[in-house]
Write a protein that binds this ligand. Structure first.
Ligand SMILES: Nc1nc2c(c(=O)[nH]1)N[C@H]1C(S)=C(S)[C@@H](COP(=O)(O)O)O[C@H]1N2
Ligand SMILES: [Mo]
Length: 384
C-alpha cells in the first residue's frame, strides 16, 4: 500500500481543492473580486458591498456585474461592430477604427433596474440585490451619434437597437423564443444625446471581460439594461422594437390613456439616496457624533437635495452634498449625526429629491413589477 507523507498531502491539497472551489472549467479564471457579494455564480452576477463606498468613482474590481449569459469569447483582432438597418451607408468598424475617432470621457452612474429587489415585500423573483447593484465610472469611448452620423440615419428612423455578442435561452417563465442575444433599443432622440456612448475604457483601463470587452454602450441617466455589453451590432429601425429584454423583461406598467396600465420598457433612473454607513444592524456608540454617508443620484435630472431622518421618516434634515455636481453622475453626501444617549434601535432613512421636485415614495408601487426600486428603505442601527 502506498503511504502518503504529510508533505505529499500538503502538496496535493491546493490542486485537489481548486476544482471544488472554482469548478474545473473555471480553473484558469481568477476568482470573483475580493469582497464582492456573489448573487449568482454562473453567469457571473456580483454586487458591490455598498458599505465600502469610499469615492465617487467605483474601482473597476468593485463595480457590480450583471450578466444574463456567459461572457462571450471575443477576439478583439477579428471583432467588428456593424451599423445597419435604416441608414444610408451600412458600415463596419474594427476596434482600431473606433479608437481613431475623437474620444470623449464622462463619469456616468449605472444602476441595475433590479437594484434593491431584496427590500421588496412580498419577495419578488429575480436576483436579490441589496444596495450595491450600482456604480460610477469614468467611461472613455465615442458618442453613439458619431457612428449614426457616419452611417447617415434615414428620415423615417425611430429607434436604435444595440445588440450584444452574448446569447442563450431563458427557460424560466417567461421563456425566451429559444436562443436569443442580449439586446435593447433606445429612441433615436436619446441615442443622439452626448451621454449615450460606446465605451472601450472604464476608469482609464480597457474594459474587463465581465464589463463588456471590447466595447459596450453606456446610456447616461438610464437604468443599466440599456448599457449593452460586448456590443457587436447597431440596427437603426423604422418601427419601435419590442424585443424580449424590453417587454417580457425590464418592462413595467405605466398608466396612460384613462389610467389603463400599459406595458412600457424601463428607461430612466429614479431619484435615490443610499446610506453606505452605518449599515444594517451596525452598532453605533451612544452619545457620540457619527458621520452618516452615502451616495445619491437622479438619472437624467439633477439631484436637488438629500435629506436624512433619524426618527423613521417623521422629520428630515438636509445632508451635505460632497463632490462636484456632474450630469448623469451620482453625488456623495454626508450628514453629521449626533447619536442620542439613549440606547436601543434607531431607524435611519435617506431621501433624494431631483431638480423637478420628484422624490422617493414611502410605499412601493406595484405597477413597477420588480424594477425601478426607489421607495424609502430604513436602515435600522443599534445605539449602544
Ligand atoms: N450584452 C449584455 N449587456 C448587458 C447585460 C447583459 O446581460 N448582456 N446586462 C445589462 C444589465 S441588466 C445591466 S444592469 C448592466 C450591468 O453592467 P455591468 O455588469 O458592467 O455592471 O449591463 C447591461 N448590459
Ligand atoms: Mo440590470
Amino acid at each position: 500500500m502506498n503511504h502518503l507523507t504529510r508533505r505529499d498531502l500538503l502538496r496535493a491539497a491546493p490542486l485537489a481543492a481548486a476544482p471544488f472551489l472554482f469548478g474545473a472549467a473555471r480553473a484558469e479564471e481568477p476568482p470573483p473580486f475580493p469582497g464582492m457579494i456573489v448573487r449568482m455564480r454562473t453567469p457571473e452576477n456580483l454586487e458591490f458591498p455598498f458599505s465600502e463606498l469610499k469615492s465617487i468613482n467605483t474601482p473597476n474590481e468593485q463595480f457590480f456585474v450583471r450578466s444574463h449569459f456567459a461572457v462571450p469569447k471575443i477576439d478583439a483582432k477579428t471583432w467588428k461592430l456593424s451599423v445597419e438597418g435604416a441608414v444610408e451607408r451600412p458600415l463596419e468598424f474594427t476596434l482600431e477604427d473606433l479608437k481613431k475617432l475623437p474620444p470623449v470621457t464622462m463619469p456616468i452612474t449605472l444602476e441595475c433596474a433590479g437594484n434593491g429587489r431584496v427590500f421588496l415585500v412580498p419577495q419578488a423573483r429575480g436576483l436579490q440585490w441589496g444596495l450595491g447593484a450600482v456604480g460610477t465610472a469614468e467611461w472613455t469611448g465615442i458618442p453613439l451619434s458619431t457612428l449614426l452620423e457616419k452611417a447617415g440615419v434615414r428620415a423615417d428612423a425611430v429607434e436604435v437597437i444595440l445588440v450584444g455578442a452574448d446569447s442563450g435561452a431563458i427557460t424560466s417563465d417567461p421563456a425566451s423564443p429559444g436562443v436569443i442575444p442580449f439586446d435593447r433599443s433606445i429612441p433615436l432622440a436619446k441615442a443622439k444625446k452626448p451621454e449615450v456612448m460606446l465605451a472601450y475604457q472604464m476608469n482609464g483601463e480597457e474594459l474587463s471581460p465581465s464589463h463588456g470587452y471590447p466595447l459596450r454602450a453606456v446610456v447616461g441617466g438610464w437604468f443599466g439594461m440599456a448599457a449593452v455589453k460586448w456590443l457587436r451590432k447597431i440596427i437603426v429601425t423604422e418601427k419601435p422594437y419590442a424585443g424580449f429584454w424590453q417587454t417580457y423583461d425590464y418592462a413595467y406598467f405605466e398608466r396612460r390613456d384613462g389610467g389603463l396600465p400599459q406595458l412600457t420598457p424601463v428607461t430612466r433612473m429614479l431619484p435615490k439616496a443610499a446610506i453606505a454607513r452605518p449599515t444594517f444592524g451596525e452598532v453605533v456608540p451612544a452619545g457620540k457624533p457619527y458621520t452618516i454617508h452615502g451616495a445619491a443620484w437622479a438619472g437624467e435630472s439633477a439631484l436637488a437635495k438629500v435629506e436624512i431622518s433619524s426618527d423613521g421618516g417623521k422629520s428630515w434634515l438636509p445632508a451635505k452634498l460632497t463632490g462636484a455636481e456632474k450630469p448623469f453622475c451620482w453625488r456623495t453626501w454626508e450628514f453629521p449625526w449626533q447619536v442620542p444617549a439613549g440606547k436601543g434601535p434607531i431607524k435611519l432613512v435617506a431621501r433624494a429629491t431631483d431638480a423637478a421636485g420628484a422624490t422617493q415614495p414611502d410605499q412601493r408601487d406595484t405597477d413597477r413589477r420588480s424594477y425601478m426600486i426607489n421607495h424609502l428603505v430604513p436602515v435600522e442601527v443599534l445605539v449602544r
